[in-house]
Design a protein around this ligand. Structure first.
Ligand SMILES: CC(C)(COP(=O)(O)OP(=O)(O)OC[C@H]1O[C@@H](n2cnc3c(N)ncnc32)[C@H](O)[C@@H]1OP(=O)(O)O)[C@@H](O)C(=O)NCCC(=O)NCCS
Length: 180
């Protein structure tokens, strides 16, 4: 069986607005060997927007947090992949982790620069919502830099409520109920 067939069998497919097909599946332990490559596909600006601090390299601590989210109860990571030259290439991911308030989960998204602005963020944000609901949360929340207009646009499109943090206007809290 060729790789594309294997990907098709183990993942759901989604289409970007331009018709490109991508595949969505849970992150696997084996994907972590591609973590550096994935990280390398994020520009300094994207890393800053995602981690909210200059993050030149993928630290052991960041990777550890991914591993924890991979194994934690009521957490989940969905990745978007494409096939290129017989290899699976990770192009984006959405993760959900529990927040202190028990019924609320926190999302985070990142997409390698080459694939940004093509509708994948919107697809992965829908995935985060689906995952949060599936894991039994009542609310989903994310902390977004107020300058991150792309992320805020995606959140708005998916009916999240945007609320600039009065303590720190540089940060916008985006939140949405998950109850049916
Ligand atoms: C934020 C992010 C997840 C969005 O994903 P994406 O695939 O680029 O998003 P989409 O293509 O679905 O939608 C982006 C929207 O922003 C718009 N947009 C693009 N550049 C923009 C800009 N500079 N200003 C305002 N809007 C912009 C796009 O036009 C699109 O809207 P449209 O579909 O109405 O045209 C992605 O850009 C990313 O990974 N960024 C770096 C990491 C990050 O910011 N993570 C979020 C922290 S939780």
């Amino acid at each position: 069986m060729n790789l594309l067939q294997r990907i098709r069998d183990h993942a759901r497919s989604a289409r970007l607005p331009d018709g490109t097909r991508v595949f969505l599946r849970p992150l696997r332990e084996a994907d972590l060997k591609h973590a550096q490559e994935y990280f390398g596909g994020l520009s300094e600006q994207s890393k800053y927007l995602r981690f909210m601090t200059p993050t030149p390299t993928l630290t052991a601590e960041t990777l550890q947090r991914v591993v924890e989210a991979l194994h934690a109860d009521r957490a989940g990571i969905t990745v978007a992949i494409v096939e290129r030259a017989g290899e699976e290439v990770l192009i984006g991911g959405a993760r959900i982790v529990p927040m202190q308030r028990r019924a609320t989960c926190e999302f985070a998204l990142s997409i390698v620069d080459e694939w940004q602005g093509r509708g994948l963020g919107t697809i992965l944000m829908r995935e985060a919502v689906r995952l949060g609901r599936q894991l039994g949360y009542h609310r989903i929340e994310g902390t977004v830099l107020t300058i991150n207009s792309k992320m805020l646009k995606v959140a708005q499109r998916l009916k999240f409520h945007l609320h600039v943090d009065p303590q720190d206007p540089g940060v916008t809290i985006v939140t949405r109920a998950l109850l049916p």
